[in-house]
Write a protein that binds this ligand. Structure first.
Ligand code: ADP
Ligand code: MG
Ligand code: MG
Length: 869
């Protein structure tokens, strides 16, 4: 057996940590070695589980090793396994390195059999307790090891309670429980064709095997896939001497947090249930009491519990979630782990632990899950509310919203103007629904994924959205919506929670966003640590102001498309497109110029002192014309036909349009530099303007457009400082980045299009279609439109950075795709050495934090780890 050790007692040092002992086992060993009261026991390592998986059998030597450790446990406790007078009882508990629901449930009271139960009754003088313990073992073993449907046992239990006319299992007496034991044994025999195993060693072996096998059950596999937990970690098995909370009123079991897991406030938050065992507290069998009630009933145990919590928190330097049992007034700890918490609690706890000197600022920053910050920037559903979920969809854009159902964008706008709160409910949304989305409090769609139009636009607006709720059906003709079987009319109130994907009928109480002092404090620290700058993608002065509030250091992408839409502009734009010659086009553009100039001035004012990257017109011209059937005349119809493209995404758009119709870009450049000059004259300081040409793939494209830009700028505003650069969104641009850099002051990676063009995925055609299939069938692990495809797109970016900087060392580099607000992608941009990331305003705080974590990880100061164990 030498070298191949599989079992460690809790009081034996091992250097394997969580990976070897699992979270639960490592915690039990650590607590034992700290001198915290923990029942004796041992851990069978994850090595043993891996060996089991490889051989599909219990590895050689394991049974002997377990027998030795049982013998040691017998010696220490003075009780023997299977003893007919005073038996040793144990629990068998699974525990992987990361906490993982979906695996095997624990088995308690293992070691009882028909004779030992009588011995236990005699030695404790407590028949009720002995038979209560045995019926629990029969049920847990039957369910977990033999896969018997738990309802069979539950039904029997409630029959007995009904027969006695009592509500609670604690009201049953010894004789009732004895009868229940007989009934449970019959169920066991009936289901398995065998009697309940009477040999404790056989019980133990079968339980250990069941834990190992549960590692690969479908529930566990699904959970691992969803949380990116490797399949080959394996689980440990903990064998723990039983302590009994079900011995009477001076016994009980409870769970407790060292700080409030929903607010992070200091104090002890927990529940306790007298005369109970194991999961009774959380299973809702009886209503547990606040843990303070122990103060009067079990003062000594309570005192010790408080002391122990302080000790554990100091030792682990983190908020703990513990399980404990009191047996005849004596306290035992059964588990400790870092507590799951809301984002608000995470921030509060991080700040106060820093103040208490428990952790450093670096650790405080590294500990916050950037994704969870989203929760704080939107109204939320009160986490303590008990609610009935009517339907569920994807958690497409966080925040909760409540309002009346409207089924089309126009009514959304009308009703919102009239002062009503509305939720826009659609099969899916299109660009035509934008005004309705702006007017609505939230958006609910039946169809579409995390990157459907509704989801992307809602996230950009920071508006709650539940997408792809296929339990919802819409009847537009009847004006009704059916939600999980309930028919509602347009105008009825619903509530959506975009952070969880839940939909509720009626109005649900919301709590306001929590941008509080803790939030500001932690993000302030993050700003001290990060190297990457964070900008926002915004198109309007209002959004620019919001972005500044969230800490944006500039605009990384100001799209100019919307400056061509709108009641007053679209007719002029159409006139421009319909014009017969350049002169006609110029005349129309001349009228657009002052409007766009005033748009730019507004944005420059809002971003005074910070850089603003403006992208010139990108979409193809036909997008500004109506559908052919709605053409005003033959000429328009012909023009629409002439502009029609088989594949507009790869058609006459971006700089191609700018080269064919230079007067459009000339007008835009003129509006930009005139606006900048005007602001400079008003404020005495010139805005930091960056003019960006989209969709460049060839050096010659940018050379010509730079010439155009410089010429117009010199003409209009000689001496005005500005930069001229390009968006990098084609693979060819990455490959030829050195040539393109000759004509660029900056590159900004447009990773939405770069992903589409590098992968050959049209996003609109991918989502909800083959990409969904790919994700469901594991062809791909992640949606490349959400998290950068590092191996493909990331490599192209790296090439562009290297080649670009090889000719221009000070080339300014940024990213303005949606990826700029996703934590993993931000970390990648840090590693690439970009100067900034840019994302939608609501994601700016997340990006600030992720950028700081990337810098801390690089310097080795602190690493973000998910709470678990
Ligand atoms: P889970 O991972 O689901 O929390 P646990 O292994 O922690 O499962 O155990 C389930 C319940 O049984 C918990 O309430 C735990 O405190 C309790 N328990 C486990 N082992 C023992 C034991 N030896 N004595 C008393 N209670 C135990
Ligand atoms: Mg537990
Ligand atoms: Mg693009």
């Amino acid at each position: 057996m030498a070298g191949n050790r599989y079992v460690y007692d809790f009081d034996e040092p091992s250097s394997g940590g969580k990976e070897l002992l699992g979270g639960k086992g490592a915690g039990l060993a650590e607590m034992t070695q700290l001198g915290v009261p923990v029942p004796a026991g041992f851990t069978i390592t994850t090595d043993a589980c891996r060996a089991f998986m490889a051989a599909h059998d219990i590895p050689d030597g394991l049974e002997e090793e377990v027998a030795e450790h049982i013998a040691r446990l017998e010696e220490r406790s003075g009780k023997r396994f299977g003893d007919v007078n005073d038996p040793l009882l144990v629990s068998v508990r699974s525990g992987a390195a990361v906490s993982m629901p979906g695996m095997m449930d624990s088995i308690l009271n293992l070691g009882l059999n028909d004779q030992a139960v009588a011995g236990l009754a005699r030695s404790t003088g407590n028949d009720r307790f002995a038979y209560d313990s045995y019926r629990r073992l029969l049920q847990m073993f039957g369910e977990v090891v033999d896969g018997i449907d738990g309802h069979r046992f539950e039904r029997r239990l409630s029959d007995v309670k009904q027969g006695k006319g009592v509500q609670q299992d604690s009201d049953l007496e010894a004789d009732d429980l004895r009868a229940l034991v007989d009934a449970f044994k019959t169920i066991y025999e009936d289901e398995t064709g065998r009697g309940f195993p009477q040999d404790p060693r056989e019980q133990l072996t079968r339980a250990v095997r069941a834990v190992f096998e549960s590692w690969d059950n479908p529930r566990a596999q699904v959970y691992r896939r969803a949380h990116e937990i490797p399949d080959d970690l394996g689980t440990a098995v903990n064998v723990v001497q039983m302590v009994f909370g079900n011995k009477g009123e001076s016994s009980g079991t409870g769970v407790c947090f060292t700080r409030d897991p929903s607010t992070g406030e200091q104090g002890h938050y927990g529940e306790f249930l007298a005369n109970a065992q194991g999961e009774d507290v959380v299973a809702g069998i009886r209503t547990p009491q606040p843990v303070e009630t122990m103060k009067d009933q079990l003062p000594e145990a309570f005192e010790q519990l408080l002391e122990t919590m302080v000790r554990l928190e100091r030792h682990y330097r983190d908020m703990q979630d513990i399980e404990f049992t009191v047996e005849d007034g004596k306290l035992f700890l059964l588990q400790t782990r870092s507590a799951k918490r809301t984002a608000a609690a995470a921030l509060k706890a991080a700040v106060s632990m820093t103040d208490e000197g428990l952790i450093t600022r670096e650790e405080a920053v590294a500990r916050i899950d950037p994704g969870a910050l989203d929760q704080l920037l939107h109204p939320m559903i009160d986490p303590s509310a008990q609610l009935e979920v009517a339907a569920k969809g994807l958690n497409a854009s966080p925040g909760a919203a409540c309002g009346r159902i409207v089924l089309d964008a126009d009514s959304a706008e009308e009703r919102a103007k009239a002062g009503e709160n509305v939720i826009l409910v659609r099969w899916e949304t299109t660009p035509d629904d934008i005004h309705g989305m702006i007017a609505a409090q939230g958006i609910l769609t039946v169809h579409g994924g995390m990157t459907s139009h509704a989801a992307v636009v809602a996230r950009g607006m920071g508006k709650p959205c539940v997408a792809g709720a296929d339990g919802v059906s819409i009847d537009t003709d009847a004006g009704t919506v059916t939600l999980g079987g309930r028919k509602l009319d347009e105008g009825d109130t619903i509530t959506i929670d975009g952070g969880t994907g839940r939909v509720f009928v009626g109005a649900v109480e919301l709590v306001p966003p929590q941008i509080n002092e803790d939030f500001e404090t932690v993000l302030g620290w993050a700003d001290d640590f990060r190297r990457l700058k964070v900008r926002a993608n915004v198109d309007t002065p209002e959004d620019a102001a919001k972005a500044r509030e969230f800490g944006a250091q500039g605009i990384g992408l100001c799209r100019t498309e919307h400056m061509f839409f709108g009641e007053d502009r679209l007719p002029v734009v159409q006139e421009m497109i319909m014009a017969d010659d350049e002169q006609g086009r110029r005349a129309a553009l001349e009228r657009l110029l002052p409007m766009q100039q005033s748009d730019f001035e507004g944005i420059f004012e809002a971003m005074a002192g910070l850089p603003v990257t403006i992208r010139l017109l990108d979409p193809p011209l036909h997008e500004f014309l109506p559908d052919e059937s709605q053409a005003r005349d033959d000429k328009m119809r012909q023009r629409i036909r002439a502009l029609r493209e088989a594949n507009p995404m790869l058609g006459t758009r971006g700089c191609r349009l700018g080269l064919m119709f230079p007067e459009i870009y000339e007008m835009q450049v003129r509006a930009i530099v005139r606006g900048a000059r005007a602001v400079q004259e008003r404020n005495g300081e010139a805005p930091l303007v960056e003019i960006m040409h989209p969709l460049v793939g060839f050096e010659e494209e940018l050379r010509r457009l730079r010439e155009l830009t410089v010429r117009v700028a010199e003409e209009e505003a000689p001496g005005l400082p500005y930069l001229c650069g390009t968006m990098i969104e084609l693979p060819r641009a990455c490959v030829r980045a050195d040539e393109i850099a000759e004509h660029a002051d900056f590159f900004s990676f447009g990773t939405n299009d770069l992903t589409q063009t590098a992968l050959g995925f049209s996003r609109d055609d991918a989502e909800g279609k083959f990409l969904t299939y790919y994700l469901e069938h594991d062809v791909l692990d992640r949606n490349p439109f959400e998290t950068l495809d590092l191996a493909g797109v990331g490599e192209l970016m790296q090439l562009a950075v290297e080649r670009g900087r090889s000719v221009k060392a000070d080339l300014k580099l940024g990213i303005c795709g949606e990826h700029g607000g996703e934590a993993k992608s931000v970390a990648f941009c840090h590693d690439l050495g970009l100067d900034y990331v840019s994302c939608s305003p609501y994601r700016v705080p997340l990006a600030r934090l992720a950028a700081a974590q990337a810098a801390l990880a690089e310097s080795g100061a602190a690493q973000y780890v998910t709470a678990g164990g």
